[in-house]
Design a protein around this ligand. Sequence first.
Ligand code: HEC
Ligand code: HEC
Length: 335
Amino acid sequence: MAFHGSKFRLLCRLLILMLLSASCCAKAAETAPQFKDFQSETSLVVPIPQTIETDQAKARLGKLLFEDKSISKGGKKACVECHLSDKGGTDNERLSMAISDQPRSTNTPTIFNVGLLPMLGWAGAGTNLEDVTEAIIKSKHGLASEWPELIEKLNAYPSYKTQFNAIYQMPIKPAQVKEVIAEYLRSLITPNSRFDQFLRGNDQAISLDERRGFELFKSYGCSSCHQGVNLGGNMRSPFGLFGNYMQDKGKETKADLGLFNKTKRPDDQYIFRVPGLRDIALTAPYFHDGSVATLKEAIDVMGRYMLGREIPEKETALIEKFLRSLTGELNGEPL
Ligand code: HEC
Ligand code: HEC
């Protein structure tokens, strides 16, 4: 579902207000919620599958390319320099440096669990990993490569030539380069977070505070946008349903226009994909512009600009604890 335009903004606001009035009237839970209390709502958030079927030969080759500077113009940059596995699949920079030595216009999002996302990029304008990979390979803000030159380069490495040939039994083609990198990205799931263990029925996997945080996450209405297997990533929304974040933060940039930059439709201004919140503790700074440094600030901004609420500090701390229980494992190792 794509969220569009000012009419839509009004509708969102109305829905959120209805949700809030319902939660305000609800009696505060006196005892800590138990797993059974959530069972009727597990469709709101579901665990990441423990394993995912990928073609291992393609994924292995994709990993080699992902880590190889030689796929960029002049051999200057590799994908992995911005998307590091030990930094939650990001680089923890506010904005990373493009190959041109200019800062990128948006913060680097994680590549973990991207295979589970129906829309890609901050504005959610990308639809599949192959196309996004190609766009990055060719973009002057990405690797600034041209296909003919890149294919020639890969052919000059006997090991790449042999590996592609073993998989596809034909000369290297752009479609195959995209496919193996995309297959590697699809293999990067981070299952088995403590919260997923809880969703699978292990009441002890998360603390009382983390459970309370999840309750608040639902009752405040965060889960009306951040939902599904990635706790986000499956819908778009204007950033700033209540108040104007872009104005308040000081300097508005072109990137703040979100989906509009792709579609040029006035209704798409400030529209962003609702990002997933998996492994969110590891991916600071936050938002498309990397404008806030901490999870606490991100929650405050969401309360203020997406829900029209000042969330009391104690509750922000509980929501943060819940979000920190969403850190999973990569290839069986804790992140
Ligand atoms: C200079 C840093 C940089 C490099 C190098 C880089 N990326 Fe990214 N990547 C980004 C940024 C910034 C975005 C967000 C772009 C946007 O949507 O505004 C992004 C977005 C993505 C996404 C979408 C993630 C999502 O949440 O939807 C994928 C997938 C991805 N990159 C994979 C790659 C691959 C594959 C390569 C190498 C071919 C690569 N990246 C190289 C910075 C980088
Ligand atoms: C109306 C939809 C909506 C609601 C409600 C909402 N969010 Fe968001 N959230 C978004 C969008 C859209 C973004 C991306 C904004 C951007 O980056 O420009 C976002 C971004 C975030 C981020 C930063 C993600 C990242 O990778 O940088 C966090 C953390 C977050 N939200 C948590 C929450 C919490 C906690 C709540 C409830 C207090 C909440 N959100 C309520 C839509 C929503």
